[in-house]
Ligand binder design. Structure first.
Ligand SMILES: Cc1cc2nc3c(=O)[nH]c(=O)nc-3n(C[C@H](O)[C@H](O)[C@H](O)COP(=O)(O)OP(=O)(O)OC[C@H]3O[C@@H](n4cnc5c(N)ncnc54)[C@H](O)[C@@H]3O)c2cc1C
Length: 417
Protein backbone atom coordinates (compact mmCIF):
# COMPACT_ATOMS: atom_id res chain seq x y z
CA UNK A 1 0.00 0.00 0.00
CA UNK A 2 1.28 3.43 -0.90
CA UNK A 3 1.93 5.24 2.40
CA UNK A 4 0.42 8.66 2.93
CA UNK A 5 2.85 11.15 4.49
CA UNK A 6 4.16 14.66 4.07
CA UNK A 7 6.91 13.20 1.86
CA UNK A 8 4.53 11.38 -0.48
CA UNK A 9 2.44 14.57 -0.64
CA UNK A 10 5.48 16.63 -1.70
CA UNK A 11 6.67 13.97 -4.14
CA UNK A 12 3.28 13.78 -5.83
CA UNK A 13 2.99 17.56 -5.98
CA UNK A 14 5.81 17.48 -8.57
CA UNK A 15 3.59 15.44 -10.92
CA UNK A 16 0.44 17.49 -10.28
CA UNK A 17 -0.96 14.70 -8.06
CA UNK A 18 -1.64 12.62 -11.16
CA UNK A 19 0.27 9.49 -10.11
CA UNK A 20 -1.29 8.50 -6.79
CA UNK A 21 -2.24 4.82 -6.56
CA UNK A 22 -6.00 4.20 -6.46
CA UNK A 23 -7.12 3.93 -2.84
CA UNK A 24 -9.01 0.69 -3.54
CA UNK A 25 -9.57 -1.34 -6.69
CA UNK A 26 -12.80 -2.17 -8.51
CA UNK A 27 -12.53 -5.95 -9.10
CA UNK A 28 -14.94 -8.34 -10.79
CA UNK A 29 -16.46 -10.80 -8.31
CA UNK A 30 -14.70 -14.19 -8.16
CA UNK A 31 -16.66 -17.47 -8.23
CA UNK A 32 -15.78 -18.30 -4.63
CA UNK A 33 -14.47 -16.68 -1.43
CA UNK A 34 -13.53 -17.98 2.02
CA UNK A 35 -15.71 -15.25 3.57
CA UNK A 36 -18.35 -12.95 2.09
CA UNK A 37 -19.28 -9.81 4.00
CA UNK A 38 -22.63 -8.32 2.97
CA UNK A 39 -22.68 -4.54 3.38
CA UNK A 40 -19.92 -2.04 2.64
CA UNK A 41 -20.68 0.26 5.56
CA UNK A 42 -18.34 0.93 8.44
CA UNK A 43 -18.95 -2.42 10.12
CA UNK A 44 -18.53 -4.52 6.98
CA UNK A 45 -15.34 -2.73 5.95
CA UNK A 46 -13.85 -2.92 9.46
CA UNK A 47 -14.73 -6.62 9.71
CA UNK A 48 -12.98 -7.40 6.42
CA UNK A 49 -9.97 -5.31 7.49
CA UNK A 50 -9.56 -7.20 10.79
CA UNK A 51 -10.22 -10.59 9.13
CA UNK A 52 -7.20 -9.91 6.94
CA UNK A 53 -5.04 -8.13 9.50
CA UNK A 54 -5.69 -10.16 12.66
CA UNK A 55 -6.69 -13.56 11.27
CA UNK A 56 -4.81 -13.69 7.93
CA UNK A 57 -8.05 -14.45 6.04
CA UNK A 58 -7.66 -12.44 2.87
CA UNK A 59 -9.82 -14.32 0.35
CA UNK A 60 -12.72 -12.09 1.35
CA UNK A 61 -15.33 -10.13 -0.63
CA UNK A 62 -17.36 -7.19 0.61
CA UNK A 63 -20.60 -7.01 -1.40
CA UNK A 64 -22.23 -3.57 -1.37
CA UNK A 65 -25.48 -2.84 -3.19
CA UNK A 66 -24.67 0.84 -3.61
CA UNK A 67 -21.30 2.46 -3.01
CA UNK A 68 -19.16 2.16 0.11
CA UNK A 69 -20.01 4.85 2.61
CA UNK A 70 -23.43 5.51 1.04
CA UNK A 71 -25.30 4.06 4.03
CA UNK A 72 -25.35 5.10 7.65
CA UNK A 73 -21.58 5.28 7.95
CA UNK A 74 -21.73 8.39 5.75
CA UNK A 75 -24.97 9.72 7.27
CA UNK A 76 -24.33 9.80 11.00
CA UNK A 77 -23.46 12.71 13.26
CA UNK A 78 -20.07 11.16 14.11
CA UNK A 79 -20.33 11.03 17.90
CA UNK A 80 -17.97 8.65 19.73
CA UNK A 81 -18.42 7.67 23.37
CA UNK A 82 -18.40 4.75 25.81
CA UNK A 83 -20.61 6.29 28.49
CA UNK A 84 -22.76 3.21 29.12
CA UNK A 85 -23.99 1.85 32.39
CA UNK A 86 -24.00 -1.92 31.96
CA UNK A 87 -20.68 -3.78 31.86
CA UNK A 88 -21.38 -5.54 28.56
CA UNK A 89 -21.76 -2.24 26.74
CA UNK A 90 -19.27 -0.20 28.79
CA UNK A 91 -16.37 -2.62 28.28
CA UNK A 92 -17.21 -3.20 24.62
CA UNK A 93 -17.42 0.49 23.68
CA UNK A 94 -14.42 1.38 25.84
CA UNK A 95 -12.31 -1.12 23.90
CA UNK A 96 -13.62 0.70 20.85
CA UNK A 97 -12.48 4.05 22.25
CA UNK A 98 -8.96 2.63 22.59
CA UNK A 99 -9.06 1.55 18.95
CA UNK A 100 -10.29 5.03 17.93
CA UNK A 101 -7.35 6.67 19.69
CA UNK A 102 -4.84 5.00 17.33
CA UNK A 103 -7.00 4.50 14.27
CA UNK A 104 -5.43 7.21 12.09
CA UNK A 105 -1.96 5.71 12.66
CA UNK A 106 -3.24 2.15 12.28
CA UNK A 107 -4.89 2.91 8.92
CA UNK A 108 -2.35 5.54 7.78
CA UNK A 109 -5.45 7.63 7.08
CA UNK A 110 -6.54 10.70 9.03
CA UNK A 111 -9.93 9.88 10.53
CA UNK A 112 -9.90 13.26 12.32
CA UNK A 113 -10.55 11.74 15.75
CA UNK A 114 -11.44 14.65 18.03
CA UNK A 115 -11.83 13.83 21.77
CA UNK A 116 -13.65 17.07 22.57
CA UNK A 117 -15.91 15.74 25.35
CA UNK A 118 -19.51 14.58 25.23
CA UNK A 119 -21.82 16.38 27.69
CA UNK A 120 -25.30 15.09 28.64
CA UNK A 121 -27.40 17.85 30.20
CA UNK A 122 -29.59 17.06 33.24
CA UNK A 123 -32.77 18.99 33.98
CA UNK A 124 -33.94 17.69 37.35
CA UNK A 125 -32.51 16.28 40.58
CA UNK A 126 -33.78 12.85 39.61
CA UNK A 127 -31.97 13.01 36.29
CA UNK A 128 -28.77 14.13 38.01
CA UNK A 129 -29.06 11.10 40.29
CA UNK A 130 -29.34 8.69 37.37
CA UNK A 131 -26.41 10.40 35.64
CA UNK A 132 -24.32 10.06 38.82
CA UNK A 133 -25.22 6.37 38.95
CA UNK A 134 -24.17 5.90 35.34
CA UNK A 135 -20.99 7.95 35.88
CA UNK A 136 -20.08 5.72 38.83
CA UNK A 137 -20.64 2.58 36.76
CA UNK A 138 -18.43 4.03 34.06
CA UNK A 139 -15.64 4.79 36.51
CA UNK A 140 -15.85 1.29 37.97
CA UNK A 141 -15.17 0.06 34.43
CA UNK A 142 -12.19 2.40 34.05
CA UNK A 143 -14.08 4.82 31.80
CA UNK A 144 -13.65 8.57 32.26
CA UNK A 145 -16.73 10.35 33.64
CA UNK A 146 -17.12 13.78 35.25
CA UNK A 147 -20.20 15.29 36.89
CA UNK A 148 -20.61 18.98 36.04
CA UNK A 149 -22.62 21.53 37.99
CA UNK A 150 -24.59 24.43 36.58
CA UNK A 151 -21.81 26.98 37.14
CA UNK A 152 -19.24 24.83 35.35
CA UNK A 153 -21.61 24.36 32.45
CA UNK A 154 -22.22 28.11 32.22
CA UNK A 155 -18.52 28.54 31.50
CA UNK A 156 -18.42 25.70 28.96
CA UNK A 157 -21.62 26.52 27.02
CA UNK A 158 -22.42 30.13 27.97
CA UNK A 159 -24.84 30.56 25.05
CA UNK A 160 -27.29 27.95 26.42
CA UNK A 161 -30.42 29.39 28.03
CA UNK A 162 -29.61 29.34 31.76
CA UNK A 163 -32.29 31.84 32.75
CA UNK A 164 -35.72 31.05 31.37
CA UNK A 165 -35.61 27.68 29.60
CA UNK A 166 -38.58 25.34 29.84
CA UNK A 167 -36.14 22.67 31.07
CA UNK A 168 -33.65 24.49 33.35
CA UNK A 169 -30.11 23.05 33.38
CA UNK A 170 -29.31 21.43 36.74
CA UNK A 171 -25.93 19.98 35.73
CA UNK A 172 -24.55 17.30 33.47
CA UNK A 173 -22.42 14.22 32.93
CA UNK A 174 -19.39 14.48 30.69
CA UNK A 175 -17.11 11.89 29.13
CA UNK A 176 -14.02 14.00 28.34
CA UNK A 177 -12.54 11.41 25.93
CA UNK A 178 -15.78 11.19 23.98
CA UNK A 179 -15.95 13.25 20.81
CA UNK A 180 -16.19 12.91 17.05
CA UNK A 181 -14.41 11.49 13.99
CA UNK A 182 -14.82 12.11 10.28
CA UNK A 183 -17.25 9.40 9.16
CA UNK A 184 -16.33 9.15 5.44
CA UNK A 185 -12.65 8.93 6.32
CA UNK A 186 -13.38 5.94 8.54
CA UNK A 187 -15.05 4.09 5.66
CA UNK A 188 -12.34 5.07 3.19
CA UNK A 189 -9.50 4.27 5.59
CA UNK A 190 -10.80 0.78 6.33
CA UNK A 191 -11.54 0.20 2.62
CA UNK A 192 -8.02 1.15 1.60
CA UNK A 193 -6.50 -0.99 4.35
CA UNK A 194 -8.64 -4.04 3.53
CA UNK A 195 -8.02 -3.70 -0.22
CA UNK A 196 -4.27 -3.50 0.31
CA UNK A 197 -4.36 -6.89 2.07
CA UNK A 198 -6.25 -8.57 -0.79
CA UNK A 199 -9.92 -8.07 0.11
CA UNK A 200 -12.21 -7.53 -2.91
CA UNK A 201 -14.54 -4.54 -2.46
CA UNK A 202 -17.39 -5.10 -4.91
CA UNK A 203 -19.75 -2.16 -5.23
CA UNK A 204 -23.12 -2.09 -6.99
CA UNK A 205 -23.62 -5.76 -6.14
CA UNK A 206 -26.82 -6.45 -4.23
CA UNK A 207 -27.31 -9.71 -2.37
CA UNK A 208 -30.73 -11.01 -3.40
CA UNK A 209 -30.77 -14.48 -1.84
CA UNK A 210 -28.82 -17.26 -0.14
CA UNK A 211 -28.02 -20.86 -0.96
CA UNK A 212 -28.45 -23.00 2.14
CA UNK A 213 -28.21 -26.81 2.15
CA UNK A 214 -28.69 -29.07 5.17
CA UNK A 215 -28.47 -26.11 7.54
CA UNK A 216 -25.16 -24.88 6.07
CA UNK A 217 -24.53 -21.81 3.94
CA UNK A 218 -23.21 -22.59 0.46
CA UNK A 219 -23.24 -19.18 -1.18
CA UNK A 220 -25.08 -15.98 -2.06
CA UNK A 221 -27.17 -14.90 -5.03
CA UNK A 222 -26.36 -11.39 -6.20
CA UNK A 223 -27.23 -8.99 -8.99
CA UNK A 224 -23.79 -9.88 -10.41
CA UNK A 225 -24.22 -13.66 -10.26
CA UNK A 226 -23.92 -16.42 -7.68
CA UNK A 227 -20.89 -16.54 -5.38
CA UNK A 228 -19.90 -19.62 -3.38
CA UNK A 229 -18.74 -19.34 0.21
CA UNK A 230 -18.83 -21.26 3.47
CA UNK A 231 -19.02 -18.16 5.66
CA UNK A 232 -21.17 -15.04 5.43
CA UNK A 233 -21.19 -12.00 7.71
CA UNK A 234 -24.29 -9.80 7.53
CA UNK A 235 -23.44 -6.13 8.19
CA UNK A 236 -26.39 -4.39 6.55
CA UNK A 237 -27.65 -2.22 9.44
CA UNK A 238 -31.23 -1.04 8.67
CA UNK A 239 -31.67 -3.68 5.95
CA UNK A 240 -30.95 -6.61 8.26
CA UNK A 241 -34.55 -7.73 8.70
CA UNK A 242 -35.03 -7.84 4.89
CA UNK A 243 -32.04 -10.11 4.38
CA UNK A 244 -32.79 -12.20 7.46
CA UNK A 245 -36.27 -12.86 6.04
CA UNK A 246 -34.58 -14.49 3.04
CA UNK A 247 -32.97 -16.88 5.53
CA UNK A 248 -36.35 -17.52 7.20
CA UNK A 249 -35.23 -15.60 10.28
CA UNK A 250 -37.42 -13.10 12.12
CA UNK A 251 -35.26 -10.82 14.23
CA UNK A 252 -36.07 -8.69 17.31
CA UNK A 253 -35.25 -5.48 15.44
CA UNK A 254 -37.26 -2.77 13.69
CA UNK A 255 -36.10 -0.37 11.00
CA UNK A 256 -36.72 3.34 11.61
CA UNK A 257 -35.58 6.55 9.94
CA UNK A 258 -33.27 8.89 11.83
CA UNK A 259 -32.63 12.35 10.45
CA UNK A 260 -29.91 14.93 10.97
CA UNK A 261 -29.03 18.32 9.52
CA UNK A 262 -26.20 20.82 9.24
CA UNK A 263 -26.26 24.60 9.21
CA UNK A 264 -24.14 27.01 7.23
CA UNK A 265 -20.60 27.27 8.65
CA UNK A 266 -19.96 29.85 11.35
CA UNK A 267 -16.96 30.75 13.50
CA UNK A 268 -16.13 28.27 16.29
CA UNK A 269 -18.36 28.67 19.36
CA UNK A 270 -19.13 25.13 20.53
CA UNK A 271 -16.15 23.11 21.76
CA UNK A 272 -18.03 19.98 22.86
CA UNK A 273 -20.76 17.59 21.83
CA UNK A 274 -23.87 18.53 23.82
CA UNK A 275 -27.00 16.42 24.23
CA UNK A 276 -30.27 17.87 25.50
CA UNK A 277 -32.14 14.64 26.13
CA UNK A 278 -35.24 16.21 27.66
CA UNK A 279 -35.72 18.09 24.38
CA UNK A 280 -34.69 15.28 21.99
CA UNK A 281 -31.86 17.40 20.58
CA UNK A 282 -28.07 17.20 20.34
CA UNK A 283 -25.40 19.19 18.51
CA UNK A 284 -21.71 19.65 17.82
CA UNK A 285 -19.73 21.94 15.53
CA UNK A 286 -17.82 20.45 12.61
CA UNK A 287 -14.27 21.45 11.71
CA UNK A 288 -15.73 23.46 8.84
CA UNK A 289 -17.89 25.40 11.31
CA UNK A 290 -21.25 23.84 10.47
CA UNK A 291 -23.59 23.06 13.34
CA UNK A 292 -24.32 19.31 13.17
CA UNK A 293 -27.71 18.69 14.75
CA UNK A 294 -30.04 15.78 15.32
CA UNK A 295 -32.59 14.31 17.64
CA UNK A 296 -35.36 11.82 17.74
CA UNK A 297 -36.43 9.06 15.31
CA UNK A 298 -39.19 9.56 12.81
CA UNK A 299 -41.95 7.63 14.53
CA UNK A 300 -42.75 4.96 11.96
CA UNK A 301 -41.07 1.91 10.42
CA UNK A 302 -39.37 2.57 7.10
CA UNK A 303 -36.60 1.42 4.78
CA UNK A 304 -36.36 4.81 3.06
CA UNK A 305 -33.17 6.81 3.48
CA UNK A 306 -35.07 10.06 3.86
CA UNK A 307 -37.26 11.62 6.50
CA UNK A 308 -40.00 14.18 6.90
CA UNK A 309 -40.10 17.85 7.83
CA UNK A 310 -42.37 17.65 10.92
CA UNK A 311 -39.75 15.59 12.77
CA UNK A 312 -37.03 18.07 11.87
CA UNK A 313 -39.25 20.93 12.96
CA UNK A 314 -39.81 19.21 16.30
CA UNK A 315 -36.07 18.56 16.79
CA UNK A 316 -35.00 22.07 15.85
CA UNK A 317 -37.68 23.84 17.88
CA UNK A 318 -36.41 21.97 20.95
CA UNK A 319 -32.86 22.93 20.00
CA UNK A 320 -33.85 26.58 19.82
CA UNK A 321 -35.47 26.38 23.24
CA UNK A 322 -32.11 25.42 24.74
CA UNK A 323 -29.77 27.33 22.40
CA UNK A 324 -31.65 30.46 21.21
CA UNK A 325 -28.50 31.77 19.49
CA UNK A 326 -28.82 29.24 16.65
CA UNK A 327 -32.15 30.75 15.55
CA UNK A 328 -30.59 32.81 12.77
CA UNK A 329 -28.48 30.04 11.25
CA UNK A 330 -29.40 28.98 7.74
CA UNK A 331 -29.89 25.27 7.19
CA UNK A 332 -27.64 23.72 4.53
CA UNK A 333 -28.63 20.07 4.32
CA UNK A 334 -30.89 17.48 5.93
CA UNK A 335 -30.81 13.73 5.37
CA UNK A 336 -31.97 10.43 6.84
CA UNK A 337 -30.62 6.92 7.41
CA UNK A 338 -32.20 3.59 8.36
CA UNK A 339 -31.65 2.48 11.94
CA UNK A 340 -31.70 -1.17 13.00
CA UNK A 341 -33.40 -0.71 16.38
CA UNK A 342 -33.01 -3.66 18.77
CA UNK A 343 -35.57 -4.14 21.50
CA UNK A 344 -33.14 -3.52 24.40
CA UNK A 345 -31.02 -0.82 22.75
CA UNK A 346 -27.93 -3.09 22.55
CA UNK A 347 -26.41 -4.76 19.49
CA UNK A 348 -26.38 -8.37 18.30
CA UNK A 349 -23.05 -9.93 17.20
CA UNK A 350 -23.54 -13.66 17.01
CA UNK A 351 -23.60 -16.92 15.11
CA UNK A 352 -26.98 -18.09 13.82
CA UNK A 353 -28.77 -21.42 13.55
CA UNK A 354 -27.43 -21.69 9.96
CA UNK A 355 -23.84 -22.92 9.96
CA UNK A 356 -21.59 -20.25 8.47
CA UNK A 357 -24.05 -17.34 8.78
CA UNK A 358 -22.99 -14.65 11.24
CA UNK A 359 -25.06 -11.68 12.34
CA UNK A 360 -24.00 -8.11 13.13
CA UNK A 361 -26.92 -5.74 13.73
CA UNK A 362 -29.09 -3.90 16.24
CA UNK A 363 -26.89 -0.80 16.37
CA UNK A 364 -29.78 1.58 16.89
CA UNK A 365 -28.59 5.19 16.65
CA UNK A 366 -25.12 4.44 17.99
CA UNK A 367 -23.26 2.13 15.65
CA UNK A 368 -20.77 4.59 14.20
CA UNK A 369 -18.76 4.74 17.41
CA UNK A 370 -18.74 0.93 17.46
CA UNK A 371 -17.23 0.61 13.97
CA UNK A 372 -13.70 -0.46 15.03
CA UNK A 373 -14.71 -2.71 17.94
CA UNK A 374 -17.61 -4.21 16.03
CA UNK A 375 -15.28 -5.11 13.15
CA UNK A 376 -12.67 -6.39 15.59
CA UNK A 377 -15.02 -8.73 17.47
CA UNK A 378 -17.07 -9.78 14.44
CA UNK A 379 -13.90 -10.74 12.55
CA UNK A 380 -12.93 -12.88 15.56
CA UNK A 381 -16.35 -14.55 15.66
CA UNK A 382 -16.28 -15.32 11.94
CA UNK A 383 -12.67 -16.53 11.92
CA UNK A 384 -12.88 -18.63 15.13
CA UNK A 385 -16.55 -19.59 14.85
CA UNK A 386 -17.12 -18.48 18.46
CA UNK A 387 -17.86 -15.33 20.38
CA UNK A 388 -15.12 -13.03 21.63
CA UNK A 389 -15.27 -12.15 25.33
CA UNK A 390 -16.27 -8.60 24.35
CA UNK A 391 -19.33 -9.69 22.33
CA UNK A 392 -20.21 -12.71 24.44
CA UNK A 393 -23.26 -10.91 25.88
CA UNK A 394 -24.58 -9.69 22.52
CA UNK A 395 -26.23 -13.00 21.71
CA UNK A 396 -29.36 -13.25 19.60
CA UNK A 397 -31.04 -15.65 22.00
CA UNK A 398 -30.95 -13.16 24.90
CA UNK A 399 -34.38 -12.07 23.73
CA UNK A 400 -35.59 -15.63 24.42
CA UNK A 401 -33.70 -16.24 27.63
CA UNK A 402 -34.44 -12.81 29.08
CA UNK A 403 -30.78 -11.79 29.49
CA UNK A 404 -31.44 -8.36 28.04
CA UNK A 405 -28.87 -5.58 28.24
CA UNK A 406 -31.47 -2.91 28.72
CA UNK A 407 -29.64 0.26 27.87
CA UNK A 408 -32.50 2.05 26.15
CA UNK A 409 -32.08 5.11 28.37
CA UNK A 410 -28.39 5.45 27.57
CA UNK A 411 -28.22 3.90 24.13
CA UNK A 412 -30.80 6.16 22.64
CA UNK A 413 -30.18 9.26 20.64
CA UNK A 414 -32.52 11.40 22.69
CA UNK A 415 -30.28 10.93 25.68
CA UNK A 416 -26.81 10.77 24.32
CA UNK A 417 -26.36 11.24 20.61
C1 LIG B 1 -28.77 10.68 11.10
C2 LIG B 1 -27.93 9.65 11.82
C3 LIG B 1 -27.14 10.02 12.90
C4 LIG B 1 -26.37 9.08 13.56
N1 LIG B 1 -25.52 9.51 14.54
C5 LIG B 1 -24.67 8.63 15.13
C6 LIG B 1 -23.69 9.12 16.05
O1 LIG B 1 -23.57 10.33 16.28
N2 LIG B 1 -22.87 8.21 16.64
C7 LIG B 1 -22.97 6.88 16.38
O2 LIG B 1 -22.22 6.11 16.98
N3 LIG B 1 -23.87 6.39 15.48
C8 LIG B 1 -24.71 7.24 14.85
N4 LIG B 1 -25.62 6.78 13.92
C9 LIG B 1 -25.76 5.34 13.69
C10 LIG B 1 -24.67 4.74 12.80
O3 LIG B 1 -24.50 5.53 11.65
C11 LIG B 1 -25.05 3.31 12.42
O4 LIG B 1 -25.42 2.57 13.56
C12 LIG B 1 -23.88 2.56 11.76
O5 LIG B 1 -23.28 3.36 10.76
C13 LIG B 1 -24.40 1.26 11.15
O6 LIG B 1 -23.37 0.43 10.66
P1 LIG B 1 -22.76 0.53 9.16
O7 LIG B 1 -21.84 1.69 9.11
O8 LIG B 1 -22.14 -0.76 8.82
O9 LIG B 1 -24.08 0.77 8.32
P2 LIG B 1 -24.25 1.23 6.80
O10 LIG B 1 -23.26 2.27 6.44
O11 LIG B 1 -25.70 1.55 6.62
O12 LIG B 1 -23.84 -0.07 6.01
C14 LIG B 1 -24.76 -1.08 5.61
C15 LIG B 1 -24.55 -1.27 4.13
O13 LIG B 1 -25.23 -2.44 3.71
C16 LIG B 1 -25.64 -2.21 2.37
N5 LIG B 1 -26.68 -3.19 2.02
C17 LIG B 1 -27.94 -3.28 2.51
N6 LIG B 1 -28.60 -4.29 1.95
C18 LIG B 1 -27.73 -4.88 1.08
C19 LIG B 1 -27.83 -5.99 0.19
N7 LIG B 1 -28.96 -6.71 0.07
N8 LIG B 1 -26.73 -6.32 -0.55
C20 LIG B 1 -25.58 -5.61 -0.45
N9 LIG B 1 -25.45 -4.54 0.37
C21 LIG B 1 -26.50 -4.19 1.13
C22 LIG B 1 -26.14 -0.77 2.40
O14 LIG B 1 -26.19 -0.21 1.09
C23 LIG B 1 -25.12 -0.11 3.31
O15 LIG B 1 -24.07 0.51 2.59
C24 LIG B 1 -26.41 7.70 13.20
C25 LIG B 1 -27.17 7.33 12.10
C26 LIG B 1 -27.92 8.30 11.40
C27 LIG B 1 -28.72 7.89 10.19
Amino acid sequence: MQRYSIFSLIKNAFSNHENWDVAWKDPEPKKEYDVVIVGGGGHGLATAYYLAKEHSITNVAILEKGWIGGGNVGRNTTILRSNYMWDANGLFYEYGMKLWENLSQELNYNVMYSPRGVINLAHSDAQLNTFARRGNSMRLNGIDAVMLNREELKKMIPFADFSSARFPIFGGLMQPRGGTARHDAVAWGYARGADSMGVDIIQHCEVTGFNVQNGKIQGVQTTRGNIKTKKIGLCVAGNTSLLAAKLDMKLPIESHVLQACVSEPVKPFLDHVVTFGAGHFYCSQSDKGEMVMGGDLDGYNSYAQRGNLPTLQHVLSEGLAMFPNISRLKMLRTWGGIMDMSMDGSPIIDKTHIEGVYLNCGWCYGGFKATPVSGWTFAYTIAQDRLHELNSKFKLNRFNTGHLIDEKGTATKVWLG
